[in-house]
Design a protein around this ligand. Structure first.
Ligand SMILES: Cc1cc2nc3c(=O)[nH]c(=O)nc-3n(C[C@H](O)[C@H](O)[C@H](O)COP(=O)(O)OP(=O)(O)OC[C@H]3O[C@@H](n4cnc5c(N)ncnc54)[C@H](O)[C@@H]3O)c2cc1C
Length: 382
């Protein structure tokens, strides 16, 4: 039985968007997923197609080329991809980048980048992490030095989602190393024909094989002064911190949708598969495991839906969003482990969705701030 759960924020318009997303995902994304996993990226054409269908930047105002919706519009798209274990097109990072422009960009920056991002012509990435600094972002070493009418960027970044396909990258740099957090700024780098900019390897990961996670190198990369996000130096940390609830809620939301898709696939599997003369589904252990999983999904959904309502109302705080990310990603790991077990040996085969989801789920506890960092943030608010 699919889980019956009345979404508190559902309405007809969102249902119609969900239908469009499902049609795109099932007819255009899913058939290409295996090839994308082998290649390590989904390619530009899929991004442009998503743009054509109005599935990108759905919560960006229409005056900047977006869909004019709110977080719920994004949520339905993230959910439908996550339910099917499709992680190749990181629409979430793309949306996060669009929000940096919307919330912190100058008027000119919004007009220059947001419409192209909504059309899927420019894929967005955000480059914070470096080989020597991840959780502790104050330790980044990439420098942006003011020279004449521009900045010169030197440094390297790693683990950057959408890094290979990105047309615009928000690069977190030190503009004044003597100032700690206040010496950090975000520079906008358009990648096309950018001298000194190089994309390194598409990294070989445990999961999320179709997602282009890359190393980036900046060797004397020049950008004009108007590419400073928001136009004022030293705002980088403030800009990063203020958008955290948005990105953490996306991770929690995707976690619950992924559990739900995996639960339904497992239910179908255990009803079909037999051992000792009966379907696996008839064994008490299977029933109990599925009962536990279904309960976790229902509980998780109630919390996530409440967070969705709060973010739409503008009241979601960072600690609560961190709880959504912490609980969602940890539950996702536990649940996927149980569901793989119910598949027996087939649960170890990559052709099965739950297997891929199990591998993909692992990073949910690491990126966007690790579980340990989430606990730090929550503890500080207690
Ligand atoms: C697939 C993937 C995609 C990613 N996408 C992006 C991206 O698009 N952009 C980007 O900038 N980054 C991205 N990242 C990087 C990601 O955000 C970092 O890997 C993450 O924040 C952890 O940083 P780190 O890897 O340097 O680990 P470290 O900071 O070295 O942490 C190692 C361990 O120490 C623990 N630890 C650290 N500090 C504390 C503390 N204060 N208390 C307790 N424990 C602590 C951590 O929790 C972890 O368990 C991505 C990573 C992956 C794997």
């Amino acid at each position: 039985m699919p889980l019956q759960f009345e979404r508190s924020w559902r309405n007809e318009e969102l249902d119609a968007l969900r239908d469009t997303a499902v049609r795109f995902i099932e007819s255009e994304m899913q058939p290409q997923d295996e090839a994308a996993r082998k290649r390590g990226h989904v390619g530009h054409a899929l991004w442009r197609r998503a743009g054509e269908l109005g599935l990108l930047c759905t919560d960006i105002p229409e005056e900047y080329g977006g869909g004019g919706g709110d977080f719920r519009h994004e949520a339905v798209i993230h959910e439908e991809m996550a339910r099917r274990g499709l992680t190749g097109m990181s629409n979430s990072v793309h949306s996060i980048v669009a929000h940096y422009f919307l919330n912190h960009g100058t008027e000119e920056q919004k007009r220059r980048y947001l419409p192209a991002m909504a059309r899927g012509e420019l894929v967005g990435a955000i480059a914070m992490t470096e080989p020597g600094a991840g959780s502790d972002l104050q330790g980044i070493r990439t420098r942006a030095v003011r020279e004449g009418d521009g900045y010169v960027i030197d440094g390297s970044k790693t683990f950057i989602t959408n890094g290979y396909l990105a047309g615009v990258i928000l690069v977190v740099c030190k503009t004044d190393p003597s100032q700690g957090a206040r010496g950090t700024s975000i520079l906008i780098v358009e990648t096309k024909d950018r001298e000194g900019f190089k994309v390194g390897r598409v990294l070989d990961k445990m999961g999320m094989k179709a997602q282009d996670t890359s190393e980036l190198f900046f060797d004397g990369v020049r950008v004009p002064a108007e590419n400073l996000l928001g136009g004022r130096e030293g705002q980088g940390f403030f800009q990063l911190m203020s958008d955290l609830p948005y990105e953490r809620l996306i991770i929690g939301l995707a976690a619950v949708a992924c559990m739900e898709g995996a639960y339904e696939a497992t239910l179908a599997y255990v009803r079909e598969r037999k051992a000792f003369g009966q379907p696996i589904a008839e064994m008490q252990n299977t029933k109990f495991k599925l009962a536990e999983v279904a309960t976790q999904i229902m509980v998780g959904r109630a919390f996530i839906d409440r967070c969705v309502e709060q973010i739409v109302a503008g009241t979601l705080d960072t600690a609560t969003a961190s709880m959504a990310k912490l609980w969602g990603s940890e539950a996702q790991g536990r649940v996927l482990d149980e569901l793989v077990q119910l598949h027996g040996g087939y649960g170890f085969m990559n052709e099965y969705m739950v297997t891929r989801m199990y591998a993909d789920a692992r990073v949910q506890r690491i990126y966007g701030g690790t579980s340990e960092i989430m606990k730090e943030v929550i503890a500080r608010a207690l």
